[in-house]
Design a protein around this ligand. Sequence first.
Ligand code: NAD
Length: 471
Amino acid sequence: MSVGASFLEQVNQAFDRAAGFTQHDATLLANIKACKNLFYTSFPVKRDDGRIEVMHAWRAEHSHHKLPCKGGIRFALDVDADEVQALAALMTYKCALVDVPFGGAKGAIRLNPKSYTTDELERITRRYVFELVRKNFIGPGLDVPAPDVGTGPREMAWVADTYTQLRPGELDALGCVTAKPVSQGGIRGRTEATGRGVFFGTREVVSLAEDMKPLGLSTGLEGKRVVIQGLGNVGYFAAKFFQEGGAVLVGFAEAEGAIANPKGLDLEKVMAYRRERRSFMDFPGAANLARREDALELDCDILIPAALERQVTADNAPRIKAKIVVEAANGPTTPEADAILARRNVMVVPDTFINAGGVTVSYFEWVKNLGHVRFGRMQKRFEQGAYGRLLHAVEGVTGRQFTNEEIERITHGASEEDLVNSGLEETMISAYHPIRAIWKREQGKVDLRTAAMILAIDKVALSYEQLGIFP
Ligand code: NAD
């Protein structure tokens, strides 16, 4: 393991380590590991004041064993070809783990979104999509972007509109991008999906007494002390569902710094305070930490890095007090830190599994777009009627009259959001157990990250073997 490995080397080292536990042919493994397409473009953009600026952008398609490819678009200053390839590879393994039938991809534009106006960001996004269309790097059957750091539903609506304009009459055009606003073909529950998935997955992990005992933890999330780094899309919703699930949020880190309160921080109060002052520092009852990264070392049970890659490093890993690190962000733990945490008996729940909720619900959105009908629309009323008739029959047999409130609660037909959340819960719970089974099978020789990677490699390898080689 080289010190200071790049993010791509970090991902590939994790792959190689796991590959050593599989029986696959070396060339097949090399083929799985290699990024299949890498697109780089630079294009000029006119700023509002008339200045011209040259933008640099990428799209990496890591695997074509299933199509379309899938992965977010990141707007950040430090993006490069290495990073998009690393993130695209993680997407391949992630999709395999949660049985989402996509290859991995990732896109990025090098910019700080805070330095541009909304009009400028729109022009940049649309020109990027134009370049992707020109090179066949976007389309409902080719490659389907989604948000990542620095982008959200607003940018995805621009992506969808630009693609649709350039492909008039393409019936499935809206399936070219996911996490769109609901009114633009998006799906209810997508915005919350990654954070909600982090919650469902962690709840499953901590429900198993056999695994919690060696960590000195009881089962369940109730009362668990949690620290979250990054209160963006993923971190905020993870925090919200953990708090609703009974966990105590004892520390937050954000761009402006870090705060802590061992008795617990009320998430919504912190967010309201932060909105008003553009910073949560000096939040009443909380202590300001000297440096924002000090939050990672707070006394807690669960640490959730939900900001960026390479936050838990060889430098801070020896001082991390959490018993479980839940990788809500992509690649937040360096391989050196991983080794230190393993020695210190800290469980790391890997990104490839735990933050897969976003792509899972993106898959549901894509299916909805291809089906051209909202989930639940056909059956909601029918279910309601069927349950109502059943209750009526029960009343006839038992002589008991249900109250209106009971009838409403029991006969409620599933809405789109109910179905999305239920599909997400099922996915996260059932994805964990095969990973855990490999972890147990290897009896201390691998951690959960390697177990997840072994499973992902097995699934992708099977697909490549069955497909054969063209021509
Ligand atoms: P986001 O831009 O909405 O949020 C990131 C937050 O982290 C921002 O609020 C930012 O201010 C904060 N931040 C940045 N650097 C920080 C630091 N050093 N310390 C503390 N806070 C810091 O992005 P997001 O969509 O929430 O993504 C976060 C992570 O989750 C990324 O690694 C991303 O790849 C991963 N991820 C996102 C999704 C998704 O659906 N959005 C899905 C899977 C994985």
